[in-house]
Write a protein that binds this ligand. Structure first.
Ligand code: PLP
Length: 405
């Protein structure tokens, strides 16, 4: 297990009481808390570096530009990208997926009669942009079904690939159930069928090592706030050979080479996809967050969280009427429902006992519908959670159930 006592000291927000109890924060799949190094990087940026980047001739603008571009290098190294030019700063996972859906539609690569393949496990962010693309282009959205254990039906996936699939858009880790999809194998199969692959790494970024070259996909999107950085910053990684061929989407400053009223020529990667002033402080603090994670080690974090999730599943198993969702090898999140009780009531009672969990559909309404649910109670874990947190959470659940019955 990780040395959580010293790690907890890195997260000032966790040192507080909620409703008179020590805060047990188990809503990390929604957003993570920020370590001091990230808070300090933000403060340092505004106290010493703040200037608009790339265009300035003055020293402060040069310093801000250097810090911003160094952050791109940090992200590229973290992802094992072939080049930092493949790292596009976005507002988050949603921003990255919408960017890809829009440039594919604009490029004409997806048209009437083509198919876009997503899975039942997807977050709305990896469904709705593709539905919108289908409405625009005349393509059809196809869905890989989910088995009762919360894993994807691989036989059905291979059958679906026999159609006219132009892109597979797949989550690496399900935010609702913690299911870890076999993304390498599924990417290879999709490529063999002639489809592009986008991986939604919104959850994976905080729990698994990511090597985009080893993964072999074409695009990968994540959000900074899921990995101890602030909200409003994210990354779209895309293969340079592909992005170079695809059209720009949003127009504005920085994405241009030359503008006249008759004609505009576009900038090279990554700037072609970064119109307007970016979230400079966000990029810098994202790099600080990745440095923090790498200082601990993502494999050690993953092992620690796995131990917590396994212990939580065991501790909850004895509760009468409980249903745990997802397979045994979950990552990040553990979802449950209790027969006859509403997830919202359980969540409210847990909150009163100082335990912050998420209840509801987790932005996965089609997945909830597949399991005949309107929602679940979800506990999601981060590097600073402890076995004591798991015990508090399980005991609070038992108490809530006893009081609600
Ligand atoms: N995809 C997954 C799997 C998620 O868990 C989330 C957020 O919970 C998103 C996409 C959307 O992320 P954001 O709202 O940061 O863009």
């Amino acid at each position: 297990m990780l040395p959580t006592e010293s790690l907890l000291a890195d997260f000032p927000i966790l040192d507080q009481s909620i409703h008179g109890r020590r805060l047990v924060y188990l809503d990390n799949a929604a957003t993570t808390q920020k370590p001091r190094t990230v808070l300090q990087a933000s403060r340092h940026y505004y106290e010493t570096l703040n200037a608009n980047i790339h265009r300035g001739t003055h020293q402060l603008a040069r310093m801000a530009t250097e810090a911003f571009e160094n952050s791109r290098q940090t992200v590229a190294a973290h992802l094992n990208a072939a080049s930092a030019d493949e790292v596009i700063f976005t507002s988050g996972t949603t921003g990255g997926i919408n960017l890809v859906a829009n440039i594919l539609a604009l490029s004409g690569r997806i048209g009437s009669g083509d198919e876009v393949l997503v899975s039942t496990l997807e977050h709305h962010s990896n469904i709705v942009p593709w539905q919108m693309l289908c409405q625009r282009t005349g393509a059809t959205l196809k869905v890989i079904p989910c088995l009762d254990d919360g894993t994807l039906d691989q036989d059905a996936f291979h059958t679906l690939l026999g159609g006219r699939v132009k892109i597979l858009a797949l989550t690496w880790i399900s935010n609702a159930f913690g299911t870890v999809n076999p993304v390498v194998e599924m990417t290879q199969a999709a490529h063999a069928a002639g489809a592009l692959v986008l991986i939604d790494a919104a959850q994976a970024i905080a729990h698994l090592p990511i090597d985009v070259r080893g993964l072999g996909a074409d695009f990968l999107a994540f959000s900074g706030h899921k990995v101890y950085a602030p909200t409003g910053i994210g990354v779209l990684w895309g293969r340079a050979s592909l992005l170079n061929d695809l059209p720009p989407w949003q127009g504005g400053g920085e994405m241009i080479r030359e503008v006249t009223f008759d004609h505009t020529t576009y900038n090279d990667l990554p700037f072609k996809y970064e119109a307007g002033t970016p979230n400079i402080e966000g990029a810098i603090t994202l790099a600080a967050a990745l440095d923090y994670v790498n200082g601990i080690g993502i494999d050690a974090i993953h092992a620690h969280e796995n131990e917590l999730i396994r212990s939580a599943a065991v501790a909850l198993a004895g509760i009468a009427g409980i249903r745990l969702f997802g397979p045994a090898g979950r990552a990040g999140s553990l979802s449950y429902a209790i027969e006859g009780l509403h997830h919202y009531d359980i969540g409210t009672m847990l909150d009163h006992m100082g335990v912050a969990v998420r209840t509801g559909h987790h932005c996965c309404q089609p997945l909830m519908a597949r399991f005949g649910m309107t929602g679940t109670v979800r506990a999601s874990f981060a590097l600073y959670n402890t076995l004591q947190d798991v015990e508090t959470f399980a005991t609070a659940t038992q108490k809530a159930v006893a009081m609600l019955r």
